[in-house]
Design a protein around this ligand. Structure first.
Ligand code: IVH
Length: 689
């Protein structure tokens, strides 16, 4: 074998082994970095030798070109459905066993029939066709006779082997099973989508079906799909094992994912036990199921039993109660979280779903309400799966009341926080509406206090989780200012608070009074203002009052402060409740040294963005940057339409070219210094106030 081919083959084997360990066995054997390295090596080799690219290469999983439509495929062996046993609980399994025995002509004295019991996965049925071990085609069930070819999309499912792991692959092996989405993958995917303001999946089942029917394989590749095999279609050149359970074992050996939650045993008792066990654990399974499936285990008996219309006599589905139900929205309220986010909650007419009575369901945020268009009075589908909070899946539009109820808008319905009366705002780019009473709001109290006392904030040693819980729960502390009014007596009454630790705490509270402006600003817990921004603000403004009085333009002149941070600061100080706490803290003798600050805000370059490129004749890069920032300007790394000036020196490269293309003003060092000189005159004047 030529060297490159040998290397490509070895790399593929190794990558697929890691894929299997990671996705199927959930037990990775290499680090992500090592995996990426192997993958990149393979990609590089294939790029060098396109003739070596094969359809079973792991690089081919990422998705090719979008299709106009899916080609139709006629199944060599039809994809059947199964009869659903409607009897409840144990009787369903007994009825199936009785029917099988009757049809096999077994009498009472004959031994019990061996059964296989497995889960009924809630996704989309798929047939995978392997020829000589290679995945050559994948199809949906369609009407059972004819399905759609979805090979490209199926290749993106990491748990599906592109090549069977066997020395002697069958000429033809069609593996049938279900594509589905695990609950954790579903939640993670939706959270990511929500964050990016992109559409979310309605539920795992629709998500799986929708992804496979997606014409663009690149999009399908982004969906976290999984697969479990449960049977066979056409088989040629393979001595199929004598039982269904042994067949699944054999598939598993070849690297095909098979669910471990299955059992084999004699008679109805096996089925009843499996049903009850799974019913009890259903909510804790990592994926949704809608019931269990019972199958006669012996393949020869399956053949003997045969089919009625389109359903085998040897298998039956035993369903569980639904996890989705219809109900009506009685009202929409909000809950204020620890970070001040207002989460809208639908109050529902009580409905029994997923095993419990549900009376409310989360609506996440305004975007979700808008997307699903949920209104008070609507009939909705609610879903409760596992321990997950019940959710409104969608509105049944045909049942919307007439005249239509009005749209629900959080800011309109709750202009002020229902917990504390502070203003509610929605920051640009954020999904959540938030209460601005960070220091004052009871819902945010514990979080605000913990942050306030933190080591990098006011550094009050000993004021941790447990103590904050007690202080807040007993009403001893409502805002950070109250911390400075605590007495030995009040502390002595708390659990696990010896006199010595109470005295230590009071000492820590006392020492925290002497702080720095940066720490104080950070301790306020203003949204989007972390430690570094707090330091920048302190340095820039030098005094708290100047920060409080700063207008948006002043804030934007601070290094690394953009419109979102500026808005957060403005909103925080616009809330009278917060100002009240700040002034109480000062009244309690919390203090710090102040300075005049940098006063860049009024500098000649305030609000301007400059880009430096090439070597300047006298100024170093850092010196130029300091001068620009001192004049209120910002230095950015790349040129865009928003750039105001490009300062170009010797050997300026692509940035200069880009500036010329975009028509951005270009300065040399002398030009920059002239600008800055104007600033110095200007600053003199400003500092005179
Ligand atoms: S066996 C000949 N086993 O349920 C029997 N089906 O109506 C073929 N399903 O859409 C089906 N889990 O996709 C079988 N463990 C399981 C299953 C299962 C889910 C789905 C299947 C089909 C429907 C059967």
């Amino acid at each position: 074998m030529p060297v490159d081919l040998a290397r490509v083959t070895a790399l593929r084997r190794e990558i697929e082994r890691h894929n299997h360990a990671y996705y199927v066995l959930d037990a990775p054997i290499v680090t992500d970095a090592e995996y990426d390295r192997l993958f990149r090596d393979l990609q590089a080799l294939e790029a060098e030798h396109p003739e070596l690219v094969t359809p079973d290469s792991p690089t081919q999983r990422v998705g090719g070109k979008p299709l106009d439509a899916f080609p139709k495929i006629r199944h060599a062996v039809p994809m059947l459905s199964i009869r659903t046993e409607t009897d409840t609980e144990a009787s369903g399994a007994r009825a199936f066993d009785a029917r099988v025995r009757r049809e096999l002509g077994l009498g009472e004295s004959d031994p019990p029939v061996e059964y296989s019991a497995e889960l009924k996965f809630d996704g989309l049925a798929i047939s995978l066709r392997y020829e000589h071990g290679m995945l050559v085609q994948a199809a949906t069930r369609g009407d059972g006779e004819t399905g759609e070819e979805v090979t490209q999309n199926i290749r993106t499912v990491h748990t599906i082997p592109l090549r069977l792991d066997t020395e002697s692959p069958p000429a033809v092996l069609e593996v049938r099973g279900e594509v589905f989405i695990r609950r954790d993958d579903f939640e993670r995917y939706n959270a990511k989508q929500r964050e990016a303001g992109k559409p979310t999946l309605v539920n795992p089942r629709n998500g799986a079906a929708g992804s496979i029917r997606q014409l663009d394989p690149q999009l399908a590749a982004q969906r976290p799909l999984s697969f479990f095999a449960y049977g066979l279609g056409e088989v040629q050149g393979w001595p199929q094992p004598a039982t269904h359970s042994a067949t699944l074992d054999a598939l598993e050996k070849m690297g095909v994912p098979v669910c471990a939650e299955r059992t084999t045993g004699p008679g109805a008792a096996t089925l009843v036990a499996f049903h009850d066990d799974i019913a009890a654990r259903r909510d804790r399974l990592p994926f949704d199921i809608d019931g269990v499936v019972y199958k006669v285990d012996r393949v020869d008996l399956q053949r003997e039993l045969g089919f009625v219309t389109r359903e085998p006599r040897w298998a039956v589905a035993h369903k569980f109660p639904a996890q989705e139900q219809l109900t009506t929205v009685l009202g929409i309220e909000v809950q204020v979280g620890r970070t001040g986010a207002l989460t809208p909650v639908a109050r529902l007419a009580p409905v029994f779903v997923g095993g419990v009575t549900v009376t409310n369901a989360t609506l996440h945020n305004q975007d979700e309400i808008d997307r699903k268009d949920v209104r008070v009075g609507d009939t909705v589908i609610v879903r409760r799966a596992g321990d997950v909070i019940p959710e409104v899946v969608s509105v049944v539009m045909e049942r919307r009341l007439q005249p239509e109820p009005s749209r629900f808008d959080i800011l309109q319905a709750y202009p002020v926080c229902p917990e504390c009366g502070s203003h509610v705002v929605r920051l640009e780019g954020e999904a959540a509406a938030r209460c601005t009473g960070g220091l004052y709001c009871p819902a945010q109290r514990k979080q605000a206090l913990l942050h306030f006392a933190g080591r990098r904030a006011m550094d009050i040693e000993g004021l941790g989780d447990k103590l904050v819980d007690q202080l807040v729960d007993r009403g001893l502390v409502r805002t950070p200012a109250d911390v400075y009014g605590l007495s030995l007596d009040a502390l002595a009454g708390l659990d696990r608070m010896a006199e010595k630790s109470a005295a230590n705490l009071l000492q820590a509270v006392e020492s925290s009074k002497a702080t720095t402006l940066a720490r104080f600003i950070f301790s306020l817990g203003i949204r989007n203002v972390g430690e570094t921004t707090a330091k920048d603000l302190a340095k820039h403004f030098g005094s708290l009052d100047r920060l409080i009085g700063a207008a948006e333009a002043d804030l934007l002149a601070v290094r690394d402060v953009g419109p979102i941070v500026a808005q957060s600061i403005l909103q925080f100080f616009a809330e009278p409740h917060n100002l009240e706490v700040v002034s109480k803290l000062r009244a309690a003798a919390v203090h710090w040294p102040e300075s005049t600050g940098v006063q860049q805000s009024t500098g000649i370059l305030a609000g301007k963005t400059l880009v430096l490129t090439g070597a300047l004749p006298t100024l170093t890069r850092d010196a130029a940057k300091d001068l620009i920032e001192a004049a209120g300007g910002k230095v950015a790394g790349s040129v865009s339409k928003k750039t105001d000036y490009v300062v170009a020196g010797e050997e300026a490269g692509s940035k200069l070219v880009k500036a010329q293309e975009l028509g951005v003003a270009i300065l040399d060092e002398a030009g920059l210094l002239t600008l800055l000189a104007a600033n110095n005159n200007n600053e003199q004047h400003v500092l005179d106030f």
